[in-house]
Design a protein around this ligand. Structure first.
Ligand code: SF4
Ligand code: SF4
Length: 121
């Protein structure tokens, strides 16, 4: 697999909200299929997805909400980020990092995580 292919694959493993599936335990133990994987191949049906974020984001053809010009005014994503819990702030941070630095820089850092979120330098 070329470097480009592996990067594209990793972008597929970034959840629409900024959770990183590739290093997330439920994904790696097979209890979660990941956020976006399988919708492009028809293995999964977006009409049956329960997460409003991904229905919107995948439906619009984005790799994540970082690509969305409406993010600042989007109640769906901002209500999610405002929920009680450390991870929601970390998912917001991931999307902000991608908006500022791009997917490639994000993946360089995130591929070292052991969870769906982690530390930045
Ligand atoms: S909360 Fe929704 S957008 Fe975020 S990883 Fe899960 S399914 Fe994807
Ligand atoms: S409108 Fe909201 S949920 Fe939909 S892609 Fe944009 S930021 Fe994500």
């Amino acid at each position: 697999m070329s470097k480009i292919d592996s990067e594209n694959m990793s972008v597929k493993e970034i959840g629409c909200c900024g959770a990183y599936c590739k290093t997330c335990k439920p994904f790696n133990t097979g209890t979660c299929k990941g956020c976006k994987i399988g919708y492009d191949t028809g293995e999964r049906d977006l009409n049956k997805a329960r997460c409003k974020i991904k229905v919107c984001c995948i439906g619009k053809g984005y790799d994540s909400c970082a690509d969305c010009p409406e993010i600042e005014n989007c109640s769906v994503i901002n209500e999610f980020y405002g929920k009680n819990g450390y991870k929601y702030g970390k998912y917001r941070q991931a999307i902000e990092f991608i908006r500022e630095n791009g997917y490639e820089e994000f993946l360089k850092i995130a591929n070292n995580w052991t969870n769906a979120y982690g530390k930045y330098k």
